[in-house]
Write a protein that binds this ligand. Structure first.
Ligand SMILES: Nc1nc2c(ncn2[C@@H]2O[C@H](COP(=O)(O)OP(=O)(O)OP(=O)(O)O)[C@@H](O)[C@H]2O)c(=O)[nH]1
Ligand SMILES: [Mg+2]
Ligand SMILES: [Zn+2]
Length: 322
């Protein structure tokens, strides 16, 4: 349950926020110092990588906005104490996730690819994939869909129809298993030259997959306990790793949703590329694609040109998130 703040606390937070806004310009103007990239952050501490792969323990200057994994920052080293992050450089993208009370909080920055990881068992949830895709499209990042744990597939698993559903839309879909090195080599090729983030429910194998790509690092990998279905060594904070063949990958804690709070109907439409491509052709320019006559989207669904499952996801996201 969200923590309730007293009126006094609320007033103090308001004043603090006001002060932060006023000082904001100063922070960004202060760009003397050493440039680095945030590898991880926990509480009030960040680990920043500077030149020669040196890792520096830092604290953000008090008036600075929340820094996140993947941020490019300016730091100042101090004698006999932790360094200070004095500025955040302009971000190309900022991925957010809901924090306590449903308020969005930043999760990772400067991402150009979102790797959506599903496990083949239990059956991948297409509605969840569609929600991740809407957030990814709106982030202007590339989406890569991974169906992991293919070694667990049995005769009933219809892997191909799953793969094709999204391949037909133009998304790259890779089946993987940590026991199949060909599949992880294919994954490695997709991560090259990009900053990617792994997202997906807890226990689908995000950390395990990253582990297969790194020479020595031992990321803690969770055993999904049969009783609770919860991961026990679950990843608790996002962490950026360099891949030996190029590219950076951010491991993130399992999240059910990101970036879909305060979403507009237009954002949701933008998230479904096959629907957005047709939307301008409806008879009425303000068509909501519900029961209007001359709705090209509904016609395309009836003709099988747009998948009914995807159209249902579209309607459900609008209902739940806008
Ligand atoms: N059979 C099989 N098990 C796998 C595979 N990948 C991961 N696992 C197992 O799945 C469990 C969860 O793996 P993790 O890598 O911790 O999952 P995660 O997605 O990082 O989970 P969180 O950090 O909680 O978000 C572990 O017991 C892994 O050994 C796979 O390809 N096949
Ligand atoms: Mg993990
Ligand atoms: Zn329409």
């Amino acid at each position: 349950m969200a923590r309730r703040l007293t009126q006094k606390q609320q007033r103090r937070i308001k004043t603090n926020q006001q002060q932060q806004l006023e000082q904001h310009d100063d922070i960004h103007a202060d760009t003397t110092g050493i440039t680095g990239r945030v590898i991880t952050n926990f509480g009030k501490t960040a680990i920043v990588e500077i030149e020669n792969n040196e890792l520096v323990r830092c604290h953000p200057r008090q008036n600075i906005e929340q820094i996140v994994c993947g941020d490019n920052v300016i730091i100042q080293k101090l004698e006999n104490q932790d360094a200070v992050v004095t500025a955040i450089l302009k971000r190309t993208t900022l991925l957010k996730k809901p924090g306590f009370g449903g308020k969005l909080k930043p999760m990772a920055a400067n991402i150009d690819q979102v790797v959506i990881v599903m496990a083949i068992k239990p059956v991948p949830n297409l509605y969840l994939i569609d929600r991740y895709l809407v957030a990814t499209e709106n982030l202007q990042a590339r989406a890569l869909i991974i169906i992991n744990k293919t070694d667990l597939a049995d005769d009933d698993t219809d892997l191909n129809s799953l793969l094709n559903e999204y391949r037909e839309l133009g998304y790259k879909v890779l089946p993987t298993s940590t026991t199949d090195s060909l599949s992880t080599t294919a994954l490695k090729a997709e991560l090259n030259k990009r900053t990617s983030i792994m997202v997906g429910l807890s226990g689908v194998g995000k950390s395990s997959l990253i582990n297969t790509l790194l020479p020595q690092q031992d990321i803690r990998v969770g055993e999904v306990s049969a009783a609770s279905g919860e991961g026990t060594h679950t990843t608790t904070s996002s962490m950026l790793y360099h891949l030996p063949d190029g590219g950076d990958i951010i491991d993130s804690p399992g999240v059910r949703d990101f970036g879909l709070w305060n979403t507009s109907v237009d954002d949701v439409l933008y998230g479904f590329k096959e629907i957005r491509d047709l939307a301008g052709q409806c008879k009425f320019s303000n068509c909501k694609h519900e029961v209007e006559p001359g709705c090209v989207i509904n016609q395309a669904v009836d003709k099988g040109l747009i998948s009914r499952i995807r159209f249902n996801s579209y309607k459900k996201i609008i209902q739940e998130y806008t």
